[in-house]
Design a protein around this ligand. Sequence first.
Ligand SMILES: Nc1ncnc2c1ncn2[C@@H]1O[C@H](COP(=O)(O)OP(=O)(O)OP(=O)(O)O)[C@@H](O)[C@H]1O
Length: 197
Amino acid sequence: MAGISIQNVYKDYGALNVLKEFSLEIADGEFVVLVGPSGCGKSTMLKILAGLEPASGGKIMIGDRDVTDLAPGDRDIAMVFQNYALYPHLTVGQNMGFGLKMRGMPKAEIDRRVRAAAKILAVDHLLDRRPKALSGGQRQRVALGRAIVREPRAFLMDEPLPTSTPSCASIRAPRSARFTSASASRRSMSRTIRSRR
Ligand SMILES: Nc1ncnc2c1ncn2[C@@H]1O[C@H](COP(=O)(O)OP(=O)(O)OP(=O)(O)O)[C@@H](O)[C@H]1O
């Protein structure tokens, strides 16, 4: 169970106040999209949720845990960045399983999760390729797969779709993977928060 509760969050960068009394309740399993003008603080809010930026004030709960002061690695959430951040020298399969390997997960379990996620994302035929031999959309799906294999309590996605990708519907993830596909324009999908059931 992992609902997200954002309570009265403030964020200042020096004299610039970016977030003021920002509050949002996201139910367990809910898919939420943040939209707003450029510079209004969408990425900042996602970074604060992920623990990559400290909030200047307020509280964040994930499930029943107060994560406001926890390090990113202790929050059990995955963030997918706009620029993919794939390792160029690793294959698709190695990229997807890298985080699990670093955590000491047995190879057989890593392979099982990577193959399952790769199938969902239709990149299972690309597991031995390196990122440079992929299209933008394929790279993005690999980045998404790397988040899925971790089975986190929530997914944070900051502009996860390349311009050429018409909608999240192309991901076609089954409900059994607890990942809901949705059709929407790229702009309205620009910031997404997905919490797992
Ligand atoms: N590290 C930083 N130091 C100072 N100001 C910052 C920093 N990061 C972001 N900002 C400023 O905070 C504001 C919000 O930035 P943010 O990236 O959250 O906007 P956004 O809503 O995601 O915009 P866009 O839709 O253009 O990506 C902007 O005015 C930006 O210039």
